[in-house]
Design a protein around this ligand. Structure first.
Ligand SMILES: [Zn+2]
Length: 238
């Protein structure tokens, strides 16, 4: 398997996840519905187009929480469009944006957005910078962030540095979805994916044979996925 066909969907009772897209360097976009709650995870480029196909404008305005795993463009490229759409459509309910501490991309996008629109904004935005793995609860959903290992290249194309990066477990109605975001093989993900009803695991490493500290090989990703009841492999290079 080298290419995943999107969207990927999973639904049990009132708990639904739809992965519109998860292509390395292009875009990610994920919708979670849990009872009456609408959450968006990693709103990459095209998220508004995909949400617009899936939800009514009223339902898009009901989105209460954005969860960001890390600041790479393929995971946050749609944030500006989404925030602006909500303003244009006169969203009234508050929006929470959860992101890893030190994610300068979200801080900067939000800062620029406030600079342009703070005088004409119909809804409030609360930033929740996540440091550690304290549990959150919103709309009957328990959310457990956990740190993962993900790196990026510096200008020289050789040296890498760790970026602030999280995975999230979403629990609702005695079911659990684990989304690891972009990550190398790591114990935190192993622990959080185990026995999940659905695990969404990246297999983003180009080379199938060799472990690295940016992404997982197919074999690594599968070995984690198989500890959950069901799993999707995402972020596979195309
Ligand atoms: Zn990344």
């Amino acid at each position: 398997m080298k290419s995943t066909k999107y969207p990927l969907s999973w639904k049990k009772k009132e708990f639904l996840i739809k992965i519109f897209c998860s292509i390395p360097n292009i875009a990610t976009g994920i919708l979670i519905k849990a009872g009456k709650a609408n959450f968006v995870v990693d709103p990459g480029d095209g998220i508004l187009r995909d949400l617009n196909k899936e939800l009514s404008p009223e339902e898009i305005l009901k989105i209460s929480n954005l969860f960001i795993t890390h600041g790479h463009h393929d995971h946050v490229g749609g944030v500006w469009s989404l925030l602006t759409y909500m303003r244009v459509m006169n969203k009234k309910s508050p929006l929470n944006i959860h992101f890893p501490k030190g994610c300068v991309e979200i801080e900067t996008i939000h800062g620029a957005f406030q600079k342009v629109y703070s005088g004409s904004l119909s809804y409030t935005i609360t930033l929740n910078e996540i440091d550690g793995n304290r549990k959150l609860r919103s709309k009957n959903v328990n959310i457990k962030p956990f740190p993962v290992i993900h790196r990026e290249y510096l200008q020289d194309g050789v040296t890498t540095r760790q970026v602030p990066a999280l995975g999230y477990n979403f629990s609702f109605d005695n079911m659990k979805i684990c989304y690891g975001g972009d990550t190398a093989y790591c114990d935190e993900l192993v622990r959080h994916a185990k026995n999940a009803d659905l695990a969404i695991i990246e297999a983003g490493h180009e080379d199938d044979d060799e472990h690295n500290d940016m992404h997982m090989t197919l074999a690594e990703a599968k070995s984690i996925g198989e500890t959950a009841r069901e799993y999707f492999l995402v972020h596979v290079p195309e």
